[in-house]
Design a protein around this ligand. Structure first.
Ligand SMILES: Nc1nc2c(ncn2[C@@H]2O[C@H](COP(=O)(O)OP(=O)(O)OP(=O)(O)O)[C@@H](O)[C@H]2O)c(=O)[nH]1
Ligand SMILES: [Mg+2]
Length: 382
């Protein structure tokens, strides 16, 4: 079996027979939910694992063994904003790279309240019934305002969070979104190394995080509501073009008829988009996570996509491209951070911004001044 992030098993084989997850009751990270209810850990070993600083070897071995406590602690380490944690986190990610790449990576987006978490709860159980192990990661900008939908996710994914075959890592704490969303790719790799063979990443389709998520998944699913007024329903422009499939969600009760109508309309519209994957016109489906109606169809669509696009090499190519993009994005991000956090830059920037606003200094000249100061050499702006 080829094992790196750019190759993977077929959807059918998966990783289902992997090592069993440890069932110590809860994961180590303070934001983690591994079970519906917190339970006391019952062995001295797991107590020690929770308290003591772990070595890189212990992190790596724990993850490979599918130990949820260690997985949770490693995610916390990766998400840490403390610079002294970064070198260790990077070393762990490098070490587990050969164990990654074996999951089906699924991004789920849609406006707040469209039912993303409920859909994952329902779809995830279907996947577990097929012998899969699922990890759920959430990037949730709404938590910055509401203070976090962690309790919401706990109740909306009640069955999933109670399952040994699922690992749910809810939205990171408010305010840290930008920083933590950047680390979701690495968190996904850790989950793969821990033996989860389907990784869901939930993101709200109104900010910037969905483009980032699209850049790390094999399949990008857009949930929509029927007849919610405005065609785009607050979905950011350009998101529809990114979708590999669309689901008209909450197709139950009085909504069924409207959902069917919406399906027709969107099918017509999507047909004219240039397909991202070769020969794949993104299908529009209807589903209800409450009744379970249509969930199997979504599963079959994804399986078909995955099988076809693995066989023709599209997913491997998409992953290679994503990895290179991530390299470039990370470089840009790091350079920018370094530059903007430089005390001398920070001191000069406000004055130059004012001069640029007033028109007394041209933007290019201001940029050249700052960059020259930072790099200590003449910078050609043309
Ligand atoms: N009728 C119906 N209601 C649903 C369905 N799925 C979810 N809901 C309801 O819609 C509401 C929002 O569901 P969530 O799953 O939290 O939606 P979300 O998109 O994850 O929301 P955010 O995480 O806040 O962006 C809840 O009250 C659910 O019970 C469905 O299939 N049918
Ligand atoms: Mg949600």
């Amino acid at each position: 079996m080829a094992k790196n992030s750019d190759t993977q098993d077929s959807f059918e084989e998966g990783f289902g027979g992997g090592e069993p997850a440890e069932t110590t009751g809860r994961s180590g990270g303070s934001m983690s939910i591994s079970r519906g209810v917190e339970q006391p850990t019952n062995t001295a070993a797991s107590y020690l694992r929770k308290k003591r600083t772990l070595t890189v070897d212990e992190h790596v071995e724990g993850i490979r063994a599918g130990d949820r406590v260690i997985l949770g602690r490693t995610i916390t380490l990766i998400e840490s904003s403390l610079p002294e944690h970064h070198a260790k986190a990077l070393e762990i990610v490098e070490r587990i790279m050969p164990d990654t790449g074996n999951a089906v990576r699924i991004g789920i987006t849609g406006v707040p309240g469209v039912g993303k978490s409920t859909f994952i709860e329902s779809f995830g159980q279907h996947a577990i019934a097929q012998g899969r192990r699922v990890a759920v990661l959430a990037i949730d900008p709404s938590s910055e305002i509401s203070g976090g939908s962690i309790m919401g996710d706990k109740t909306r994914m009640e069955k999933l969070s109670g399952s040994d075959a699922a690992f749910i890592r809810p939205s990171p704490s408010a305010g840290s979104l930008g920083g933590v969303a950047r680390k979701t790719r690495e968190v996904m790799l850790l989950c793969e190394a821990a033996g989860y063979d389907i990784v869901f990443i939930e993101t709200v389709g109104v900010g910037q995080s969905e483009t980032m998520v699209h850049g790390m998944v094999d399949f990008f699913l857009l949930l929509m509501l029927a007849g919610a007024g405005d065609e785009m329903q607050g979905i950011k422009k350009g998101i529809i073009e990114l979708a590999d499939a669309m689901v008209i969600h909450k197709a139950d009760g009085d909504n069924v008829h409207r959902a069917m109508k919406a399906k027709e309309e969107f099918s017509g519209a999507l047909h004219y988009l240039r397909p991202q994957a070769p020969g794949w016109t993104p299908p529009v489906l209807t589903a209800s996570s409450l009744t379970g109606e249509g969930i199997t169809d979504v599963w079959e669509t994804m399986t078909e996509f995955h099988d076809t696009m693995t066989a023709n090499g599209y997913i491997a190519a998409r992953r290679r491209k994503q990895a290179v993009n991530w390299l470039h994005e990370t470089i840009q991000h790091s350079l920018r951070e370094r530059f903007l956090s430089d005390p001398s830059t920070a001191e000069r920037l406000p004055l130059l911004e004012r001069e640029v606003q007033e028109g007394t200094t041209p933007p290019l000249a201001a940029a050249a001044t700052l960059l020259k100061n930072f790099f200590d050499e003449e910078i050609d702006m043309f």
